[in-house]
Design a protein around this ligand. Sequence first.
Ligand code: G3H
Ligand code: 13P
Ligand code: NA
Ligand code: ZN
Length: 311
Amino acid sequence: MYVNTKDILEKASKEFYAVPAFNINNLEFLIAILEGAVEKNAPVIIETSEGAIKYAGNGDPIRGAKFFVNLVKGYADTLNIPVALHLDHGKNIEYIAAAIKAGYSSVMIDASHEPFEENLKITKEVVKWAHAAGVSVEAELGQLAGIEDNVSAEENVLVDPEQAKIFVEETGVDFLAPAIGTSHGAFKFKGEAKLDFERLEKVKKLTNIPLVLHGASSVPVKYVELAEKYGADLGGAKGVPAEEIKKCVKLGINKVNTDTDLRIAFLAGLRKNLTENVKEFDPRKYFKEGMQFVKDVVMDRLEFLGAAGKA
Ligand code: G3H
Ligand code: 13P
Ligand code: NA
Ligand code: ZN
C-alpha cells in the first residue's frame, strides 16, 4: 500500500531500525526494489531527485512528478507492504510544488547550502504548504561535502546539534538529515570512512525525530569488480561500510538514502549480460541480471538495517 513516509519512519524511530530510501529513474529499478521489499516483507521508500523528475517528464516537472506518482502508487497499491514516494533534494520551488500536487508521500527541502536563518525560513514555508496537503517534510542541516582526502571537514560544514534543536522546533519539520561526514556518489573516502557518531547522537537526543543518512551507499567491492571485469573504470570507488551504517542506526538514523549502490549493481549486471550475450536485443532479457543485482542489494540493506519483517 501507498503510505505517508511519516508512518514508515515514526515506527522505525520507535523500534530502532532504519528503512532504506532508494533512488529511481525508471521502471526496472522500481520493479527490482519492490520485489526485494516484498520478499523481505519490509517497508520501503522510493525517492526521485529533481533530475529524475526532469528526465521522466522530458523537462516538465508536473508531468514527471505525475508519472512517478502513478507508477509508484499504482504498483504499491497492489502490494501488502508500506511503500512511500519521496522527493529527494528538492531545491526548486516548482519541483517541490509539483511533487506535493502530484501526490508524493513526502518532500525534501534542501536549503542546506543557505545560511542557517535562511534555511530555517525556507524550510518553515515548505512545511506549511506540505503539511496542508498531508505531505511530510525532510530538511537538511550542514553540508555533505563531508570528509575528503582524510582531512576532517570544517566544523561548520557538519551539523551543529544545538542549531538542529532550534531548527526542528521552529520549522516543524518531520525528518532531519544531519551532515555527519558522508558524501554522495562512488568516491566517498580516500582512506577509512570517518563519521561523526558523537554529533549524530547529540542531534538525536536534542531533536528526537526520525533522522536521515544521505550519501549512505556502501559501494560493494563485489559489484565494482564485476563491472570492471566487463570494462567499467571505477578506480578509487569507496563507500560507507555496512557496520558503520549499523552504528548510525543505533544512534538514531531511520532513513538510509541509497542510489550509488543500485547504479553500480545494475551496471555490473548489464555489462556482464551484454558482453556474454552479443546476439541478445530484447531489453527484458539484457536488463534481467542488472535487476537481479539491484534486488540483491535491496534485500541485503533491508536485512542489515533491521527493516526486514517490519511491513
Ligand atoms: O543525492 C543525489 C541522488 O543520488 C540523485 O542524484 O541528481 O543524479 O539523480 P541525481
Ligand atoms: P549515495 O550516493 O551514497 O547512494 O547517496 C544517495 C543519496 O544520499 C540520495 O539523496
Ligand atoms: Na531525501
Ligand atoms: Zn542525498
